[in-house]
Every structure is written in structure tokens, then in C-alpha cells.
Design a protein around this ligand. Structure first.
Ligand code: SF4
Ligand code: SF4
Length: 92
């Protein structure tokens, strides 16, 4: 079981030092997780340390491929409200 980092990652370096398993590494075009090393923090922390510090919604996925920080979870902006705001911006 391992988490993964996708293309939404902005290479901020925040997650790499907090991983208790040293599973996160700098790569191109974005940081990655070594699935053989990631323990999902089991035995070390009750929550995924990488996802708890990552500032980007949707950048870290659980082993089912689901965003650990889904849209709206960090900004507090409901996804439908964000979609309306973006549409409003683009109409000008
Ligand atoms: S879930 Fe835990 S062990 Fe896995 S990459 Fe993130 S911080 Fe490291
Ligand atoms: S904390 Fe998130 S955005 Fe920053 S390097 Fe890690 S996965 Fe990428």
C-alpha cells in the first residue's frame, strides 16, 4: 500500500522531509513516491504526513487513486462554487 504524487505537484519540497520512510524523492517533472518504501505512515503517524503538509489539493493520491486532499478541502471553497467563479472570470 502506498500513496502517489501526480502532475498537480508544484515541487515545493514540503513533503520530502516529513516522510518517516524516506519514500519521497525529487524527480522530473514532479516529486514522486517510491511505492516499495511508502508505509502509509503506519506505525509512525495516524495520518499521512505528506498529505497533511501538501498545500496542493489533489496532488497526493491514496492507494485507491483517490485525492487525500480533494478539491475544497484546503481552500474551504466548495468545488461547485469554484467552478462558478472560474466561469464568471472567463466570461469577462
Ligand atoms: S504516506 Fe507516509 S510513508 Fe508514504 S510517502 Fe507519505 S509520508 Fe511517506
Ligand atoms: S508537498 Fe505536495 S506540492 Fe509539495 S512537493 Fe510534496 S506533493 Fe508536491
Amino acid at each position: 500500500m502506498a500513496v502517489s504524487i501526480n502532475e498537480l505537484c508544484v515541487n515545493c519540497f514540503a513533503c520530502e522531509p516529513v516522510c518517516p520512510s524516506k519514500a519521497i524523492f525529487e524527480s522530473k517533472p514532479h516529486f514522486k513516491v517510491n511505492p516499495n518504501k511508502c508505509t502509509e505512515c503506519e506505525g509512525d503517524y495516524p495520518v499521512f504526513q505528506c498529505a497533511s503538509i501538501c498545500p496542493i489539493e489533489g496532488a497526493i493520491l491514496n492507494s485507491l487513486g483517490e485525492a487525500i486532499n480533494p478539491p475544497g478541502s484546503l481552500t474551504g471553497i466548495p468545488p461547485e462554487r469554484m467552478a462558478e467563479a472560474m466561469a464568471e472570470l472567463q466570461s469577462h
